[in-house]
Design a protein around this ligand. Structure first.
Ligand code: BGC
Length: 234
């Protein structure tokens, strides 16, 4: 048997896909990632059922980490703009713990991605490019909670997510989207003066320009692997 100690089921709930994978105590993958299209309507009931359906492919686990595409406070959902509105105020931590019979910790998806990506030194900004535009800020490895750049004004009266989310990419095409992304990176550098910018999410594969030396693309699987960090204080 591979790995040892407590096994963590990492879950990444996304606007278009929901993925799961089991990690060992060191955060190493123990199973093949399983994925399902996020069901529509993307309600709590439907998404929890979709996660439960994927679970038999993953074997045993002791605890669960979830990355969720919205603001999360103590397991309770604050916002979920790319899912069904019925998520707001839903206690996902408790509902999933009851369904799976295991302890559950829930965090914002970009925060989880960032926990997997950062070096822990200086100011590190994380953005994710997927259905939505995710963001997370870390100072010497400590998360500054609830940063929601995606819904902050960027240019032409539109937010970062309106300009750079998947709907915009589909509408304007990769060339213009890349030009916008270059502008966004320049704007974020002026705002945060970060030491490093980590760029994650499924649409990083569309990036077609040379990134500045203080920015890099991180693998999307960190949205699952970063889930181990939610248990690090245990
Ligand atoms: C949400 C963020 C999330 C991002 C990526 C945004 O619409 O507001 O909380 O991290 O999408 O999923």
């Amino acid at each position: 048997m591979k790995g040892s100690g407590l096994k963590t089921l990492a879950v990444d709930i996304g606007g278009s896909g929901t993925k799961i994978m089991v990690l060992d105590e060191a955060g190493q993958p123990q199973t093949e990632r399983a994925r399902v299209d996020t069901p529509q309507p993307a309600t709590p009931t439907n998404i929890i059922a979709a996660i439960a359906q994927l679970i038999p492919s993953q074997g045993e686990f002791d605890r669960v980490s979830v990355g969720f595409p919205g603001v999360v406070r103590r397991g309770i959902i604050g916002t979920a703009v790319n899912l069904d509105p019925s998520w707001v105020d839903f206690d996902l931590g408790t509902a999933l713990a009851e369904k799976l019979g295991k302890p559950v910790r829930v965090a914002n998806d970009a925060d989880v991605q960032g926990m997997g990506a950062i070096s822990g030194k200086g100011v590190e900004l994380v953005i994710t490019l997927g259905t939505g535009f995710g963001s997370a800020l870390f100072v010497d490895g400590r998360l500054v909670p609830n940063l929601e750049l995606g819904h902050h004004p960027f240019r032409k009266g539109e937010t970062y997510e309106e300009q750079l989310g998947r709907a915009a990419l589909d509408k304007i095409g990769a060339k213009r989207w890349n030009r916008r992304l270059e502008k966004a990176i320049a704007s974020l550098k002026h705002l945060f003066n970060y030491d490093h910018l980590h760029i994650g999410g499924g649409e990083t594969k569309r990036i077609a320009f040379d990134l500045p030396s203080d920015a890099s693309i991180v693998p999307n699987v960190l949205g699952l692997l970063g889930g181990i960090a939610l248990w690090r204080d245990q």
